[in-house]
Design a protein around this ligand. Structure first.
Ligand SMILES: Cc1cc2nc3c(=O)[nH]c(=O)nc-3n(C[C@H](O)[C@H](O)[C@H](O)COP(=O)(O)OP(=O)(O)OC[C@H]3O[C@@H](n4cnc5c(N)ncnc54)[C@H](O)[C@@H]3O)c2cc1C
Length: 393
């Protein structure tokens, strides 16, 4: 079997890129074990509204909110709409017309022009380019690794007569992105159009990760009741984070979480993958049309996956994470107050991995200006992080 492009992985990243390639007429095949997506994938509406989703965004969401609530020391009501995808519909829409081979890739070998993709079933597929969208990036190389993660324990419960939504004060039209009233973890909560309610006790990135059973205990303490036994579904979140970006000269090219698209502070990557799809699909088309093969093709596509400017942006994001981690729990609320008191375009730019570095730096300086002296001193005590940001590669 021979294809121009083989994408390994059918999560949001792999499926989005396959959709982008197929709609540009590229011969692309996904190899991945079949399966539904179970996680709750959310993001800011304006980040994803103009992405290539195969259908209007409104038809692909199971919740949309006009207001987002953040509680630090103050309560912020942010007039920036937020959505949560309907996984089944998004999967169907992105997957329309995409060929998926239900198998697992065990390894890839390369000769000058061709990559040979070995399957668990025993077969081999020949491709001009292989994209690793496996989430963990098992086909890529990294200099260094991390044992850190963002973790969360969540309950999906019925609306009535369940006690949990009432105690969590979940409002119908408001998405609670972060309630920091009991640091060092925060509440993430929302009511969906089907009446179900999600309440999730969440930790920011930590190494070692925050224990999920402890998060369950903290959620129970926050609500005064353990809703686990009556919940429709329990969401245990573990998002591996903190690893350096992959080596970007390899023949296999990464995409999505595999390529380090997970935002170092928020743990989000779905919008980043959707937003990057047209850029990378265009680069693939152009380079195939120009007759590129082998390493030359891979390098050109890597440059679209991680343009140099966004690598510098990553350095600033990592610095932001370092300073946030240096804060004592009682200062985290003040930090987020300062962040969300910035003009929306500034904090919005910080939350995207594809923002120009100058915009992310501006947001960080704004936070620095907005916090009190005690917190400012702590922010200044991360010179190592600053150096890493300045030298990000
Ligand atoms: C519970 C949870 C909630 C989250 N919520 C959000 C959110 O609200 N917003 C957000 O932006 N992000 C969220 N994230 C983080 C992140 O966006 C997800 O981890 C996302 O799934 C990453 O997408 P991906 O397509 O890059 O990788 P994945 O979704 O991990 O997909 C990887 C794919 O590769 C396949 N695969 C792996 N190895 C092989 C192999 N060897 N051969 C073939 N196939 C292989 C897998 O079967 C799968 O199909 C959440 C994560 C979790 C766990």
């Amino acid at each position: 079997m021979r294809h121009d492009i083989v994408i390994v992985g059918a999560g949001p990243a792999g499926l989005s890129l396959a959709h982008g390639l197929v709609s540009r007429g590229v011969d692309a095949l996904i190899v991945a074990p079949s399966g539904a997506w179970h996680a709750t994938y959310g993001g800011w509406r304006d980040d994803v509204a103009s992405c290539e989703l195969g259908a209007p965004l409104n038809a692909l969401v199971r919740g949309a909110w006009s207001t987002v609530r953040v509680v630090g020391r103050q309560e912020h009501r942010l007039a920036r709409p937020y959505v949560v995808f309907d996984n089944e519909r998004l999967q169907a829409s992105l997957g329309a017309g995409v060929r998926v081979l239900d198998d697992t890739v065990t390894g890839v070998q390369h000769d000058n022009d061709t990559s040979n993709v070995h399957l668990r079933s025993g077969g081999v597929i020949h491709a001009r380019l292989v994209i690793d969208a496996t989430g963990g990036g098992s086909l890529l190389a990294r200099r260094g690794q991390s044992s850190g993660a963002q973790t969360a324990y969540g309950l999906v419960v019925g609306d009535q007569p369940d006690e949990v939504p009432r105690r969590a004060k979940v409002e119908a039209d408001v998405f609670t992105l972060m309630d920091w009233s009991t640091p060092p973890t925060f509440l993430y909560a929302a009511r969906f159009t089907d009446g179900r309610v999600l309440v999730e006790e969440t930790s920011l990135y930590a190494d070692p990760p925050h224990d999920i059973d402890n998060l369950r205990a903290r959620l129970t303490q926050r609500l005064g009741v353990d809703g686990s036994a009556t919940a429709h579904r329990i969401e245990r979140v573990n998002i591996p984070m903190g690893a350096p970006l992959p080596v970007r000269t390899t023949r296999v090219v990464g995409f999505g979480a595999a390529a380090g698209y997970t935002h170092p502070v928020t743990g989000y990557s779905v919008a980043a993958s959707l937003r990057a799809t047209p850029r990378i699909a265009d680069a693939v088309c152009q380079n195939l049309a120009q007759g590129r093969f082998g390493s030359e093709l891979s390098l050109a596509v890597w440059a679209a996956v991680w343009p140099a400017a966004y690598v510098r942006t990553r350095g600033w994001h990592e610095m932001g994470l370092s300073v946030l981690q240096s804060l004592p729990p009682e200062s985290i609320g003040e930090f987020f107050d300062a962040f969300f008191n910035l003009p929306p375009e500034q904090w919005g730019a910080y939350l995207r991995i594809d923002s120009e570095p100058v915009l992310v730096r501006r947001a960080m300086l704004g936070v620095f200006r907005n916090v009190r002296n005690g917190v400012r001193l702590r922010l200044m005590s991360s010179p190592g992080a600053l150096l890493r940001a300045l030298g990000a590669r």
